[in-house]
Ligand binder design. Sequence first.
Ligand SMILES: [Zn+2]
Length: 291
Amino acid sequence: MEDGILKAISTDGSIRAVIASTTCLVADAREKHQLSFTATAALGRALTGGVLLAPMLARRGQVALKFQGNGPLGKILVDASPEGTVRGFVDNPQVELPLNSLGNFDVGSAVGHTGYLHVTIDQGFGLSHTSTVELATGEIGEDINQYLVNSDQTGSVVVVGTHLTSAGVEAAGGLIVQLLPDHTEETICRIENNIGTFGTFTFLMRRGLSLEQILGRILDGFTLQTVTAVHPVSFKCKCSNDRFFEALKVLGKDDLVSMAEQEGKAEGRCHFCNEHYYVGKERLLDLARSD
Ligand SMILES: [Zn+2]
């Protein structure tokens, strides 16, 4: 299945849902950052969470998620746009932990069971707003759920999953179902029962179901109205050679000259995508002269 996202609402006005497949973009992140299995599972869930939250929380601009836990992975930072681009990194991409008692990658211990999730919404007008919640478990999905419950007081169901084998990322994706004011007590139970009956999100993906079909299984019993067609999503960074060069302009003439003379170059690496940038001595001296 190609990576994509779609939004739907139930005709009875009790729920709205955002669902995404993110297998390729998580595989892309794994390769760019040379992630361990545990780090792939953790960053994969966080990237998927960003993809799902961006169109829910912002019309334009971006939504950034920072998971700052006390585990060995360090911080995880992800930012995503409502247009379907996402990027992110983890401080310590090589950390590997043994599987947990359920036989799953131990994302909770890797991220840390205590710490904070900071969610920054930037609507693209130069103003941004950050909310902070304590991590629920460090398992990413439950932490995002905690944020949603805290911020809009309505319940939600958050599922983010990454299925990895020695061959790589076999499936990644997730959904967020938000309860609207017309929901009843039974709404969440029905969704949770459906997940129990039909299997996990990535299990359904690996069986070859489309996003519409997975949504139909997880929201079985609700009459859905699809609001949007499937829209592509991808890992895309904002860095470029030009941006790196522009960033050098903040340095003064003397700093540029001494960098050119002493180092013979300027080098940098983008945190978000691990891309390496390089500017040679002559261009540095040209830049110093153009000040
Ligand atoms: Zn980058």
